[in-house]
Design a protein around this ligand. Sequence first.
Ligand code: NA7
Length: 534
Amino acid sequence: MGKDNIEDVDIVVIGAGFSGMYAIHRLRNQFNVLCFEAGDGVGGTWYWNRYPGARVDIVSLEYSYGFDDALQQEWHWPEYFSAQPELERYANHVADRFNLREHIRFSNPVERLRFDAGSNRWHVHTARGDHVVCRYVIAATGSLFASNTPDWPGREKFKGQVLHTTQWPREGMDLAGKRVGLIGTGSTGIQAAPIIAEQAEHLHVFQRTPAFTMPSGNRPLDAEYEQAWKQAYPQRRKQMLNTWGASLIEYPTLSAHDCTPEERDRILENAWNSKNAFQLQLAFNDVMTDLAANKYVVEFAHRKIRQIVKDPEVAELLCPKTYPIGGKRLCIGNGYYEMFNRPNVTLVDVKSAPIVEFTENGLRTTRKSYDLDVIILATGFDALTGALTRIDIEGLDHVKLADKWKDGPTTYLGSMVAGFPNLFMIHGPMTPAAQAQMITTGEWQVNWTAGIIEAMERDGCTRIDTTQDAERAWADEVDAAAGATVHRFADSWYNGRNIDGKKGGFMIYIGGFPRFADTCINAIANNHEGFVRV
Ligand code: NA7
């Protein structure tokens, strides 16, 4: 503790999600590390997102830490795709097993960061009034932390309850006998709706844009499959990092144009039933790059929806027709389309008749009013940048990060922002982020960042920054990779077009994880190319 109760540490980590927890573990033997966490527990995304049906869309044996072989051998995942309670239990287990909690201050979000150019230190101010100076900040703030809450007027008038899916109470909600409105049909809405429909008296699903959904294929974990993974874990973790998405799913080699209609249908049917999330958008090697190939898959998905949903009008509304499959994230459902055959579920099209306001008794669209007891906002996130721009971050020359990013994020390798020295991001904008398996790639990024910090110490440097030229060069790479894909034809949280007025281009590097990792490694090997150290 220094003057005026200012504490002095080496490294402040923001966020005790999976990357933040690993950053503590990785660095605490050499440095004095302190972590601030907004929630009252660990787990990040899997702490906040406890809505019914919350489940990961990557196989849990992959979507888990690899840094400690004993941990990955001991831990048993009951299902292929874990539900939120299991992921949170795992996060807590790791925090206890590796004594991470002593480094974490819970319920204490960082509100302000200011870089002092004289001392090359960050001043960190938190909601609970902590003031810490540190040499480095690692923002492990998560890609999907800042929730998006549309500001329809009249919320104070509504007599019922309104909550965003990130605010789901730990003790759950009793929706029995309730008239529930669910707004949003992305991954979250699609996971939550079928479970809510089973509990509520009536569920209105307010849909602006239909999403493509395929069955999750979740099931109890097969013992032989688990054994095979555990026998080869270290090799498999390495293999994962050598694949495009850091995941051992099947990557296709066949073009959709190189098969007969019958073969195509058989391949698509297998993909639909593959029990492997994402296999539909990976059915052929050109689904994500060629609109004609993509159209075959879109038509297949439409056929499936029309087969499952009995009311033809509802089925048509559920068929996405305005963007290619995979353009937005493919959702993983569990009885989502089937749910619309229930008598207590109504689909409301808020594209043709948008929501106007909350009323005393519910919601009003331009067409009609709906009486509701509970309104659930599954309206997504100010993704990738929101967690950081909502903190007041001031770098060199009093420049604020939110101002620097007002036309879209600029980063070098998704790790640093020019003018904000000694501040590193994990899964920052323009990293592979959620287009690669995030726990394993988060560990990788933490290790790479730790290497940079260790080199600073070794070389006697006190400040590391990047340059606008390096940012521009990286932006060109990110754009080139995204420009070749069907992502450009969809409005999504990947490109910020899910948020009114948010500017910028595609915010995720989709050139594949191996290329990203090589670029990061080569930059350091090449005399810290793109960085400036003093
Ligand atoms: P998403 O995928 O961004 O979905 C948000 C949904 O909310 C989407 O259907 C939106 O419609 C809808 N939305 C947002 N604002 C409005 C307004 N103003 N009116 C009506 N509907 C609205 O977020 P999720 O939480 O589902 O998933 C995020 C990621 O978490 C997911 O991709 C996985 O990686 C895990 P829109 O499509 O914008 O028309």
